[in-house]
Unconditional design. Structure first.
Length: 224
């Protein structure tokens, strides 16, 4: 379980009950996380809805996801792009990918999602070599030490106007510790520094509290 104050969970539950309509397919996908290699690592329901809203606001028809896990966020994204849209989701573990495929089938969106198994960076650079059509929206939620590499690949796979969201950038506040020995923290700090230096990008980061504890995300817009 994530370290989370009781009141944070109560507020999250209120928001979800009031504003987020999780159907049975989404509920089962979220609950299947306990069978994955990283139990309870999927985004919270209100975070999944936020991803879908951002995707819709960006008019995204092609989405790239780093880190499928059991496909909970993938279902949200696949529904957001609509019947003519496409989601490519990169997952390291075949065990997780198998669960995700079942969840996508149950949600009725399997036909618009490609789950690619293997190291995400290798899969992404292979797509660059293949000259795939640019993506409109990217969600980065895989191993944090590789965040800088995922950003580089994302920039090779997007276009001006594309949106990139990076999850888990606060890490209980440890992100401010430049001397942290945690490779996940250093991966977050490195990708934030890369974003800040890149004139093609504009971005902000927000802290969040809730069922997933104290964390946050970075939203990036590619301006050229």
């Amino acid at each position: 379980m994530y370290a989370s104050e009781g009141v944070w969970r109560v507020v999250d539950a209120y928001f979800v009950e009031t504003l987020v309509a999780e159907d049975q397919a989404l509920i089962e996908a979220r609950e299947s996380g306990r069978l994955s290699t990283m139990p309870q690592a999927e985004v919270a329901p209100n975070q999944g809805k936020l991803l879908a809203l951002l995707c819709g606001m960006a008019g995204a028809r092609r989405v790239l996801e780093f880190g499928t896990l059991v496909g909970y966020s993938t279902v949200w994204l696949a529904r957001a792009v609509g019947e003519g849209g496409r989601v490519t989701s990169l997952e390291l573990e075949e065990r997780n990918a198998d669960i995700a495929r079942r969840n996508l089938e149950r949600a009725g969106v399997a036909g618009r999602v490609d789950v690619v198994v293997g190291p995400a960076a290798e899969s992404a650079w292979r797509m660059v070599e293949d000259g795939v059509e640019p993506y409109d929206f990217v969600f980065i939620d895989a191993d944090k030490p590789s965040n800088p590499e995922y950003l580089k690949a994302s920039l090779a796979l997007t276009r001006p106007g594309s949106v990139i969201v990076i999850d888990n950038v606060v890490r209980n506040g440890v992100v401010v510790d430049a001397g942290s020995s945690d490779e996940r923290v250093q991966g977050v700090r490195a990708v934030l520094a890369d974003i800040a230096r890149d004139a093609r990008l504009e971005a902000t980061a927000l802290q969040t509290v809730g069922a997933k504890g104290w964390d946050g995300f970075t939203v990036v817009r590619r301006i050229r």
